[in-house]
Every structure is written in structure tokens, then in C-alpha cells.
Design a protein around this ligand. Structure first.
Ligand code: SF4
Length: 69
């Protein structure tokens, strides 16, 4: 399944754990994580679980249905 991450910019603290886990999906821009690509659901959930601020949610890229949390 192709999934899409969303970052709550008000919660993101910019330490980049998501970039460490999934550098193909996230990059830091002015200390806020930006989503640059869709990706496999397992990887996006791993990144979301690594986020200390719980700022990442994951949705189905096709339907928009929330997958995580
Ligand atoms: S891990 Fe979470 S808090 Fe840290 S940069 Fe990524 S989205 Fe922001």
C-alpha cells in the first residue's frame, strides 16, 4: 500500500528523527519536517513511532483514510 505522511507543524520540534528513519520521505526545512514523497506503510509508521512529538500521522495515499495513529 502506498502511504502518505502528514506532519503537524505545530507539534514538530525539528530534531529530525523522522529524517534518520526515512530520509527518502522527510527532510528538514527551517526546523520543521517536510514530507517529500509517499512511501511504504511500514516505513512511514516506523518514522511516526520514532517521532518524540507524535507529530506524524499516516494516511492511505489513495483514499486519505487514516492508518496511524
Ligand atoms: S521526528 Fe517528529 S518532531 Fe522530529 S522532525 Fe520529524 S516530525 Fe518533527
Amino acid at each position: 500500500m502506498n502511504s502518505r505522511a502528514r506532519v503537524d507543524e505545530n507539534s514538530c520540534s525539528g530534531h529530525g528523527d523522522c529524517v534518520d528513519v526515512a530520509p527518502s520521505i522527510f527532510r528538514l526545512d527551517d526546523d520543521i519536517a517536510e514530507v517529500v514523497a509517499d512511501g511504504p506503510v511500514e516505513l512511514l509508521i516506523e518514522a511516526a513511532e520514532a517521532c518524540p512529538a507524535a507529530a506524524i500521522s499516516v494516511v492511505d495515499a489513495d483514499t486519505g483514510e487514516q492508518i496511524f495513529p
